[in-house]
Design a protein around this ligand. Structure first.
Ligand code: SF4
Length: 169
């Protein structure tokens, strides 16, 4: 045991230094300031997967890791639509999910916004002619902002949220 601890204490640090993306830090700072100014310090997001391949959700999960750490900026992913300001829709709008997405939207209190995430929610959707798809999302919801990409990287999502917030009065 003593040998083990001696080796550990004498050895060098094995972890790598974190590479700081100064552009991302700038975006995060502006995001935090904008949320403080326009949303009293917190923006609650309800994520709704209406038929995605789950890669968009995986990128969103990364937003909670210590590198992006969106909660530190005042952005929270909430379980109930009743607590949400924004519905973040990902994936194609399937016939099965359309009533549930509409129900979630109905439960949100006003003012409320829909942001679409990923190419599946746009004209670029690769399977838009499938029998299981209810149609274009903007026929069922008023879309306030679209974040493109397949999947969008976490930085694109952060930038998209900032762009959306900039457009709010
Ligand atoms: S946009 Fe791409 S990554 Fe996102 S759900 Fe569609 S296929 Fe998957």
């Amino acid at each position: 045991m003593i040998k083990f601890w001696k080796k550990r204490l004498e050895g060098s640090v094995l972890t790598e230094n974190l590479e700081v993306d100064s552009e991302l830090e700038k975006i995060k700072k502006e995001l935090k300031n904008t949320i403080t100014k326009k949303f009293a310090g917190s923006l609650a997001i309800r994520m709704v997967d209406s038929g995605s391949c789950n890669a968009c959700e995986a990128e969103c999960n990364a937003l909670s890791n210590p590198y992006y750490d969106l909660e530190r900026l005042g952005i929270y992913f909430v379980a109930s639509p009743r607590h949400a300001d924004v519905m973040l829709l990902s994936g194609v709008m399937t016939l099965n999910m359309l009533p549930h997405a509409k129900d979630a939207y109905e439960q949100m209190s006003s003012p409320k916004w829909v942001i679409t995430l990923g190419d599946c929610t746009s004209e670029k959707c690769p399977i838009k002619n499938s029998f299981a798809i209810a149609g274009k999302i903007d026929e069922s919801f008023r879309v306030a902002y679209h974040i493109k990409g397949c999947p969008p990287e976490p930085k694109d999502i952060v930038l998209g949220l900032l762009d959306f917030l900039r457009s709010r009065r």
